[in-house]
Design a protein around this ligand. Sequence first.
Ligand SMILES: [Mg+2]
Length: 394
Amino acid sequence: MRIDRLETINLQYEYAEGFSYAGGHCTGRVTSLVLVHTDDGQVGIGSVYSHPVLVHLIVQHQLAPLLIGKDPTDVESIWDLMYKITRWYGRKGVAMSALGAIDVACWDLRGKAAGKPVWSLLGGESGTCAAYASALLWNDVESLATEAAGLIDQGFRRVKMRLGRDPQYDLAAVQAVRQAIGDNNDLLVDGSMRYDLETARHFGHQLAEQNIFWFEEPFQPEDLDSYAALRGTIDVPLAAGENEFGSQGFRELLRANTLDIVQPDASRCGGITEVQRVAEMAQQHGVRFATHSWSDAVAIIANAHVVSAHNHGITVEIDRTGNPFVDDLLVEPITVGDGCLQLSDAPGLGIELNEEVIQQYRSQDPLAIPDGAYSDMVFGPQHYAPAPPFGSEG
Ligand SMILES: [Mg+2]
């Protein structure tokens, strides 16, 4: 089996209304698929959540010429080759994310060639892993309670909400959602990088009273000192890592004793190969991991294969905000029952893409993105409207 060509597919969706959160007002979503086609007619599926135009350029103009003719099942050699050729401008950010998409597609092909699911190749026994509903944005407290109860009705046993709006709202929102889901379900909170150390410590004590499962990203990802200072002083596990790339980045987080839970994402940090390396490194530090996903179903599934293969892999994130790339992209949509996601026993990632959905949302020009605020990436100055400073809303 040899690589014949790489295909990049940028997907773009516009919300009718969108949603508000710490990033401002989100008007749409983007993600990119990378398909690895082989000379014997196989297709490996990967995805990447980064700047779509840059993904296309890096994959098509630098990585594809290098990889054509190579054996895609030699996954680690391919990863090394891609890393070395992009190192000068890569290591963190889009090049690392883009090579990760190819890595995921190669894992899919390795599994297909071996006739085994990826979770089995990674040493897993069942392909089952816990999953949580990621939603509960900056809405009024009553509607958050209704939404949270609805997520539990859908089969989730763990939900994550967005905070960092202002201290009064944050506490009221947490109390309302806790009451709505009851004491037997887990509540996770995302600080949206909006706290300072003193506020986070004070709020952390209030979170402990609500028995919070983890406190995510209270600080900006560069602020390792605040993470290290907060960790262990509150009775809530500290989580972060969606903005980290590569095992070298996670090594820095782990050595600085910043976190109780690391959150790598195969579609951002360097593929299944790199999430696996981060998982092994975390285990050596006595730290658990729980993958981040905010882009598409391929990313969720890729992450779930690694989480399900490790005892210290806690849970995977499932975007429940109404993202068509999560809800509609796969022929067999992701389902959660009694808090768990069950991966397929089929070889590779065990997924099939819905071609109609791809045609519906595919960008015609891979070098253009219409202006909009796509949750994490903003294009066009009229869409750049960050939320007011923490504590100023009341
Ligand atoms: Mg987050």
